[in-house]
Ligand binder design. Structure first.
Ligand SMILES: Nc1nc2c(ncn2[C@@H]2O[C@H](COP(=O)(O)OP(=O)(O)OP(=O)(O)O)[C@@H](O)[C@H]2O)c(=O)[nH]1
Length: 243
């Protein structure tokens, strides 16, 4: 049973992208504020954490997807409010992969879907600036072409980049009513702009000032109907994080 003071709202975030771009590292950094180098790439897991966003208590669930190429991307799309498509700035193939995903996602029939579906194109590994092959402008161009938000970050860095990327995107979603309109798929009424001015420096600015409060609490076990459905497939684990 749902505890009395439990968040009324869940926000689902799916991390997509080519293998080795840093999806698992991103999620673990967000959940634990730690960077861990190696992950089992065959595990598809969902992690949840309670956050206070603009005064509203929200359960944020992040899904670490695997095998984006062969599986139907609609599976994540119907689950996710925010779809973060990650690429590695040192690997142009990972951007091409991300672009194909964005194209496929753009064909989703949104009118039959209850979720909001914002997309964010995220260039990771800015600490490897000297090996960069995808410019920030190129990433931004691809994002704009597909109506996605855009940011760059360094999961391996010490900064608050990862948390700010998620919070900034969530900030633009919380407090807004969901709309079945297909235009929501590509709308971006707040822009995340990232500035990397050194090896691992990162900052995020929003057009509107952040309503986010820097507090996150212990998450509690609560399976949404959608997650329960996924568990039936046997491919998902739900993990809850304590700060
Ligand atoms: N230098 C650097 N390495 C990173 C960064 N983020 C992730 N990595 C490394 O990139 C490799 C891949 O990271 P993962 O998080 O496993 O990538 P993934 O996208 O989940 O990969 P799959 O599980 O195969 O889909 C690991 O060796 C990470 O340590 C980063 O910001 N900078």
């Amino acid at each position: 049973m749902r505890p009395p003071n439990a968040p009324q709202r869940e926000i689902h975030i799916a991390l997509l992208g080519q293998s080795q771009v840093g999806k698992s590292a991103f999620i673990v950094k967000y959940m634990t504020r730690r960077f861990i180098g190696e992950y089992d790439g065959s595990l598809e897991e969902t992690y949840c954490k309670e956050e206070n966003i603009g005064g509203e208590s929200v359960l944020v669930c992040l899904m670490d997807t695997v095998d984006c190429e062969s599986r139907e991307c609609l599976r994540w799309q119907t689950w996710g409010d925010l779809l973060i498509v990650v690429y590695d700035i040192t690997c142009s193939k990972s951007l091409s992969f991300a672009e194909k995903l964005l194209e496929r996602m753009g064909k989703h029939e949104h009118s039959e879907c209850p979720r909001e579906h914002r997309t964010l194109l995220l260039g990771n590994k800015t600490d490897l600036e000297r090996y960069r092959v995808v410019s920030e402008e190129e990433g931004r161009r691809v994002a704009a072409l597909h109506g996605a938000l855009f940011a760059e970050c360094c999961v391996a860095g010490e900064g608050r980049g990862v948390k700010e990327v998620v919070e900034s995107a969530l900030n633009s979603m919380v407090g807004k009513k969901r709309s079945p309109s297909p235009t929501r798929l590509c709308s971006s009424d707040s822009e995340i702009s990232a500035h990397s001015s050194g090896k691992s420096t990162f900052s995020v600015t929003l057009r509107s000032p952040s309503r986010l409060k820097e507090s996150s609490k212990l998450a509690y076990l609560h399976k949404s109907p959608s997650l329960s459905k996924m568990n039936k497939t046997g491919s998902k684990l739900l993990k809850l994080f304590h700060n």
